[in-house]
Design a protein around this ligand. Sequence first.
Ligand SMILES: [Zn+2]
Length: 361
Amino acid sequence: MAKLSRYLCAALALTFLTPEVASAQTPAKKLFGNRSMPAALKPAAHGFYTKGCIAGAVAIPVDGPNWQAMRLSRNRRWGHPKLISIVEQLSYKAKKDGWNGLLVGDISQPRGGPMLTGHRSHQMGLDADLWLTQMPNKRMTYKERENTSAISVLKKGSNYVDQSRWTRAHTMLLYHAASFREVERVLVHPGIKKQLCDTVKGNRKWLSKIRPTWGHHYHFHLRMGCPAGSPNCKKQNATPNKTGCSDGSLDWWFNVEFAPKKKPAKPVKKKPRRELTVRDLPQACSAVLSANAPSLEAATHKPIAAAFVAPTIKLPKFSAARVLKGKAIEAAGVPVFSLNKTVNYLPDGNIPIPTPRPAFR
Ligand SMILES: [Zn+2]
């Protein structure tokens, strides 16, 4: 017993006296995933999309004239101020082309870093997931934002877009997303890329930014390049300067990746990926982790339509345990469509927009 308690004392002393030793093995997702507020530092993205963090992130407001943020319990509506501003501008541009409004999915944790659940990227506040389902006219409650499901644009059981679901507004949403100079990639399911390749007429240059990838038929993923003032941000490879419609790269998905495969005789066991620790991240991320937090008000993006008001949603105190229990966006719940039948319309036409309206870049 004495021996055991001596051992315990030694272990405790080690934990308390040398926290850097204890934290060296701690998965970075636990440290970053437990922060409820950003680092009150100058905005800067550090590292890479899959191995980094963000200083000075701002939150997109829970509601804007043309958007509603979803899955609020996750507390992932944080990003580089430039990215948040792009999402806002996109909401206006898409609205003009018939998209009722954005449902904003995961952006980043307040200080970025690896996430408690899902996503390998989204670590620098430069990635945003936006649903491929339009915002309902109703302002959703906290609970509805937790539980409603996004709807796949693919035909059930196929890798092709369901033509009865796809609209011009979908195409225009992706067009506008790709048209921002700062946006380098728009990630979608190969079926969606094919839909665009097959139907877009006239200017097709923007299709080079539309990149096929796994998943991404409930939502698409907007990724901007390294912003100014982020010398620590590692650039991703440039996308080839061609549409990617007829060079064989899209065919590969349908002919190889999606082709029926023979089952291997022995199931191949995937080695679990090693958890990232703070040591794997740029050094600046340690300062991001330990920096003070601003007030929520100071760290919330100020929308263009300053006079816009929506019913207030009282956010519960952030809890990492709740994040771990959260529902995926495609998890079976009430589809967003059905909410349009509920009567709780906002006076859409009466939302004052400042004049002259700021020009979109
Ligand atoms: Zn994403």
